[in-house]
Design a binder for this molecule. Sequence first.
Ligand code: NAI
Length: 465
Amino acid sequence: MKKVTLIEGDGIGKEISTSVIKIFEAAKVPVEWDKKPAGLECYEKYGTPLPEETLNSIKHNKIALKGPTTTPVGTGHKSVNVTIRKSLELFANVRPAKTLPGVNTRFGNIDIVVIRENIEDTYGAIEHMETPDVAQTLRIITRQGSFMIHSFAFEYTRNNNRKRLTCVHKANIQKMSDGLFLETFNELSQKYPDIKADDIIVDNLCMQLVTNPEKFDVLVLPNIFGDIVSDLCAGLVGGLGLAPSGNIGKNLAVFEAVHGSAPDIAGKNIANPTALILSSTMMLKHIGMKNYAEKIEQALQNTLKSGIKTQDLGGNYSTTEFTEAIIKEINKTQTYIEVANKEHQSEIRFFDPPSPTPSERWEITGIDLFIEWNKVESLPEIPQKIENLELKMISNRGTKIYPPPVPEILMVNWYRCRYLSDKALSYQDILEFLKKITELQIKWMHIEVLRKHDNKHLFSKAQGE
Ligand code: NAI
């Protein structure tokens, strides 16, 4: 028996988890549930939406199935999902979108898997109010994080007998961050000659997904694009009520339905358990119980094909009636299922990330100084030169406004002043520079140290620079 942590969650969580428990019993899946609390009801009972005991159970069992959890509002608690993903380093979010029989959609034959990087990007939530009018989020993409998600994606593609892996990005605009994501993908693709590796810009992908989705196979994306595109793909095959997901890390994995706790229909016995059932079969495949997974999926498909559906899909069956119908299908074909001969976590190989790349030979060549400044007319008061550092450019909202000509653009009270030096600088030089800027009572929020390597600037230019 494989022990699996089960978080029933709240709202419709208990109803749809009960459905999975009954289906597993009927299919005689050798899984023992270790039920643990999380979510709003748990918060009301224990004062935390995610008790240590629950996290420890996942760490111990290494595998979990999670129902939806309501995020308590106004308590300062982060979402249970985000906390689980981050604290357990579940870096890969896998979201299959496959056409189901009996579900009416615009397209007939979709079978896409979206693999979303789950940790980095804007989801680091590194945010600052720069001025009362300007908010900033740092978008972080790392070589190591990109390596982990891409190597997982290639392994997943190969293990699931898929042929094509497409890297989705916006490297034409975000040349450094998405550029690094794409570069890491291209490097790794050399090791997988059996997989057709290609790439596409995210906006073009979205257009093609809503016109010709059948042509895509596996997609790998940075966090925020993955978040959006995976919901788009779920919509293509019938909506969130059908969308399963897995959050996978090197040693642990948590599978969950994509939808939330649906408080509007909770307790009414009308929720669709399909997304959680499909999450549970993903989980079974992950732990080497493919036969059970296929049996349950077949029973689910037969049920839908025969027109037995919950209300959200235009049917009139309750959660329990729908579940009973699946169980009937399972019983119809109840034959001896060969238990997976070895219980293994996953056939996917995980690799260690590359070690840090040294930056000793990078030279400091200047500073981007971000300041609050109210009047564009008084910008000439900003010093032209401090020691070796010369003011070369000022931009507003990313567009160059100095040296002239000043374009006719909307300007806000937040400016980037780029100072560059002909000579290599030290950190002491930067301190001296900041001391002088501070003495001039210039309100600065932050600086970026500008560097170069082999005469190549390691920072982007402003629009028009
Ligand atoms: P939601 O996904 O719970 O509901 C959106 C709409 O879809 C509602 O009309 C609901 O009735 C319907 N729906 C969702 N799942 C369904 C199902 N299985 N069967 C039939 N209809 C279904 O999103 P909402 O209302 O924005 O969020 C409610 C709560 O869930 C919030 O506290 C949110 O933070 C939380 N949430 C939790 C997630 C998780 O634990 N994985 C994911 C998304 C939201």
